[in-house]
Design a protein around this ligand. Structure first.
Ligand SMILES: [Zn+2]
Length: 184
């Protein structure tokens, strides 16, 4: 390919523009062979459909006829996120749940179905994709005394590099540049 003699050589990436900080609340995907105790702060599990490309996931977009991954017939799967206080890490997290673990939790809830204020232990078997077991524990404290619940959606979108100003989750203008979902 013809190279112009005036073409600049690569140089060190100095950049004075401060990048946006990562999600304020850590999204926790349980590692294999680990066990955590959680107090639920959120009053709902926020679910999102994602497409698995074989290596990474990317968001599913509605309407499905305009979702690039749907058009490519990529498999679709659901992830749930629940705002909790993690007693092992000593911090608030958005805990990532599978359909199986979310169902497991829902089945153990008191009859009121209220999530906030419940405590549970969650354990993942051998391997980072192993099944997770949830065991409901005694209800924590007065829910009113717990920290306020936070919406996981802005943090979820930040994982894909979608700006918070676009937190409605619009498809990026240039779909080819849709960033990957980190660590999944
Ligand atoms: Zn889709």
């Amino acid at each position: 390919m013809h190279q112009s003699p005036t073409k600049a050589r690569p140089r060190v990436g100095f950049d004075n523009r401060i990048p946006k900080a990562g999600p304020e609340i850590f999204i926790l995907r349980l590692k294999g062979n680990s066990s955590h105790t959680m107090t639920v702060l959120g009053d709902e599990i926020v679910g999102i459909w994602v497409h698995w490309t074989g290596k990474k996931s990317e968001p599913h977009y509605e309407p499905a006829e305009e979702c690039r991954a749907c058009l490519q017939k990529r498999p679709k799967r659901w992830k749930g996120f629940l705002h909790c206080f993690d007693h092992v890490l000593g911090q608030e997290v958005f805990l990532e749940l599978t359909p199986g673990s979310a169902t497991n939790l829902a089945k153990q809830l008191p009859k009121t179905g209220a999530l906030r204020g419940n405590r549970f232990s969650i354990r993942r078997g051998a391997g980072d994709s192993a099944r997770m077991q949830i065991q409901l524990l005694t209800v924590a404290q007065e829910p009113a005394a717990l920290p306020p619940q936070r919406d996981p959606r802005p943090s979820i979108l930040k994982l894909w590099g979608i700006e918070e100003t676009e937190s409605e989750g619009w498809l990026p203008e240039d779909g080819e540049n849709a960033p990957d979902f980190e660590g999944v």
